[in-house]
Design a protein around this ligand. Sequence first.
Ligand code: SAM
Length: 305
Amino acid sequence: MLSYRHAFHAGNHADVLKHMVLIQLLKYLNQKDTPYMVIDTHAGAGVYALDSTQAAKNAEFDTGIGRLWERTDLPEAVADYVGLVKAMNPSGKMRYYPGSPYCAEKTMREQDRLRLFELHSNEVKILHENFHKLEAHAAAQGQRPTVRGKRVIVQKADGFDGLKALLPPPSRRGLVLIDPPYEVKQDYRRVADTVADALTRFSTGTYAVWYPVLQRPESRQLPEKLKRLPASGWLDVTLSIGAPAPDGFGLRSSGMFVLNPPWTLAPLLRQLMPWLVEALGEDSGARFTLETGDAPAAPKGGGAR
Ligand code: SAM
């Protein structure tokens, strides 16, 4: 039984970290003409209305995108992300929030491919509708085809299993985003097993795993397990907006673990994260951590993989 709905959390601090890193990973891939494939194993609904009953319930976006909306001093990577959200809100009022599929579609190029998995019937229906609306809008503007051109394919399927058949992508360039709800503890094990298997099929791919930073042992063990996988390097960034709430209610901290990260990501985050902590922090417990392991050295001339 799937009960998670991302609409309740859309645009919160965890989405800020995840979507900002996602956009930077794609911008790096954009440096080289060769097409790439983006695979989002847990896509969600694609776009969220922030005035919906679900999103408005706890207004979690207030702890995330809401804190950045009016700022005029955004560092470049944050400006890329906020700019993308603002582009879907041309009235200037913060009404819609883009999920990972939309962030990816708007950042990748015409030659690139997006493969989306979503298991929940209602979410996948909304995801389909959102991409068909995008298609109609693009056609009206004489722009690139999306779904009909097979540039974007939405599948109602288990993303952990579905990923296998897509690896390696034909051009041997690709990014996999793994962002499950972690409502059941099996998700932690499946993430680690899925990435381990994916690396045997596509060892040079970039894998970005979002995870909640919680007291439960599975949450603390996941990054440790991922560090031991045979990738050529890894990066683990976490953002805490404050000390854990005394009642333990509400997510205050999350991480993005990236295997085979581009060499540019660590220096970029080292500069950026203090600013983000200041912008989103709610109390003196606000902090970030940034760890890397066996990071690949910068290639001569700084070329993209
Ligand atoms: N990645 C989205 C974003 O950033 O906008 C949010 C995804 S949300 C955290 C997780 C989604 O995974 C939910 O919509 C849930 O229905 C879906 N889901 C849960 N288990 C799944 C599975 N095994 N395969 C595919 N989707 C699944």
